[in-house]
Design a protein around this ligand. Sequence first.
Ligand code: AMP
Ligand code: MG
Length: 334
Amino acid sequence: MSAPAITTGTELPPGPREHLTSDSTRRILRLQNSFLRHARDFLREAGFMELLPPIIGPVTDPGIRGAKQVDVDFYGHRYKLMTSAFVYKQTALLAHDRIFYVAPNVRMEPLETCSTQRHLAEFHQLDIEMAHTSREEVMDLAEGIIVSATRALIAESQDDLVALGRDVDALRAMVAAPFERLPHADAVTRLIDGGHAQSAAAEIDWEGERILSDGSARPVFLTDYPKGSRVFLEREDSERPRILRTFDLLMPEGYGEVISGGERESDYRRLITRMRETGENPSKYGWYLDEVKKGIPPSAGFGLGIQRFTRYLVGADYVWQATAFPKLPGIVSP
Ligand code: AMP
Ligand code: MG
């Protein structure tokens, strides 16, 4: 393996003792713990049940922008570590119609992402799925979780935020107004008008996300991604062909994407078509497609990157600061 392309000025995590005993790590982990507590309370009050997340399976999320999956040997069968548990959370709605996981994900991100400040090879998602609902309802849910948890943290944990150098007024501004909602096509126009080359057919690139979220005091939901830019699970709008019922959430101040989500395809035939269109072989998805064929509830949901959101919340330079045992792409670590 060649050496990772570490940009000059990129700070790498220190050893575990130095990292875990530093004043800033301790404060960040404390804030992350409080965020999770508030998010769980919010979800339970809204009727959600927390399930324990699957970690390995015959298939996992293929839509991971250049990252590789990790194989594990399962009694002679090639299984994968979860890059995201989406096939499980959609199917888990057979047990209860509002569920969530705090789920570990492993993605062998490209070596150059070591210096993006926002990529880990191992991270966690607050992974939420809700039956019989719309994208708009789950966007409201995401906004509700973020606003209520952030308000509570501003009230309870100002000392930690201030000690970390967080601009608490920026957090107050974030929770003060409804989040912006911007269709992908308008985001592309905004970027191109501002001199940034952005393909209209692809997800907004990292620099584009940074520009959009830098120029905004409040979070932005990017909606309506074009077909082809996302994984097969994302449902196509029945009234607007080639537009997906998706969203991402970008946090302000340049922090960029912390959530991806949307409405899911749950119709067997359309799902097979979407798989073929996105270059996936349906025969790999045996158990999942069997269940879809028998019927699973239509749903919408999202995954919030916990370390990414924590980085925003505490104003950290690097996403690895928001995890106790950071694993950066290509870096040998505990
Ligand atoms: P995705 O399904 O790729 O959109 O991932 C869902 C969420 O997980 C993203 O919005 C991020 O918040 C988070 N995430 C994805 N990849 C990484 C990574 N390599 N390191 C840290 N967080 C990530
Ligand atoms: Mg995403």
